[in-house]
Design a protein around this ligand. Structure first.
Ligand code: ADP
Ligand code: MG
Length: 254
């Protein structure tokens, strides 16, 4: 069963309408990219999907029941959420931050060690989170979410620009981890600005326009055509084929 929004609208207090009647789905076993221009409402949409804010109208549903009806602990076992800017109220070590993804029991001890190795955090495990570069903080935050969600059934990972400050190798490593989680059945929703990374690693896409409306949704091939993207982002886009590779989008201003 997907994680869905049904005609949701949302405004911040005393602000204008940010999302307008958006109906979309994060499917199990798929990586869904959420793309759109700055201020389109991507972060707002993904926070609503994570249950961190309430809609003005319309509903967010999981297993076809209201997400708001889940108790916080149950929700945390179903949905891991990664903020756009990882931050902490207190300055914990990398190891402590990754451990925050754990619940209890031996499963989680093994997962914490695996996450430190997988995301190359072993050498910096005792460093304070605040002392890390933003890209390292993002790897640490992703490892925390990975511990929270890996191996679970009917679970989702929602990540808001998780690789925006990562170098290319770690970006690819992180995107491949999302594909692995999807191959194991998890539903992944990820806000991505790099359209080429989105085309290469996502199966599906939700495209928002600058008015907070759904411009397109479907497979990447259906929803991220050069025509749709050119219109939404107000740029020129050409798609080039490289044998054995996802199409490469060449982007220029108008
Ligand atoms: P995106 O992630 O697509 O760049 P956001 O969802 O962050 O867009 O923001 C959409 C709109 O909502 C923007 O116009 C932004 O200024 C506004 N907004 C975002 N967060 C807040 C907030 N906490 N309070 C008031 N307005 C906000
Ligand atoms: Mg955002």
């Amino acid at each position: 069963m997907p994680l869905t929004t049904e005609s949701i609208s949302f405004s911040y207090p005393r602000g204008p309408r940010v999302l307008n009647a958006v109906t979309c789905a994060i499917e199990p076993a798929r990586v869904t990219a959420i793309v759109g221009p700055n201020g389109a409402g991507k972060s707002t949409l993904i926070r609503l999907l994570a249950g961190l804010r309430h809609t003005d109208s319309g509903s967010v549903r999981i297993d076809d029941r209201a997400l708001s009806s889940l108790r916080p602990r149950d929700r945390a076992q179903r949905i891991a959420f990664l903020e756009q800017r990882p931050s902490l109220a207190f300055d914990f070590s990398v190891l402590r931050v990754v451990s925050f993804g754990a619940f209890t029991g031996e499963r989680d001890c093994a997962l914490i060690s695996e996450a430190l190795a997988r995301f190359e955090l072993e050498d910096i495990r005792d460093q304070p989170f605040a002392s890390l570069s933003v890209g390292q903080q993002q790897r640490c935050a992703f490892a925390r979410a990975w511990v929270q969600i890996a191996g679970r059934d009917n679970a989702y990972l929602l990540a808001d620009e998780p690789c925006s400050a990562m170098d290319p190798r770690h970006t690819i490593q992180t995107m491949k981890s999302m594909r692995e989680l999807a191959a194991a059945g998890l539903g992944i929703g990820v806000v991505i600005h790099d359209l080429n990374i989105a085309c290469r690693f996502a199966d599906r896409a939700i495209v928002l326009n600058q008015h907070g409306r759904l411009a397109a949704q479907g497979t990447v091939e259906q929803a991220m055509t050069p025509e749709i993207l050119a219109q939404v982002f107000e740029v020129q886009i050409e798609s080039h084929q490289i044998p054995g590779h996802a199409p490469v989008l060449v982007i220029d201003d108008q």
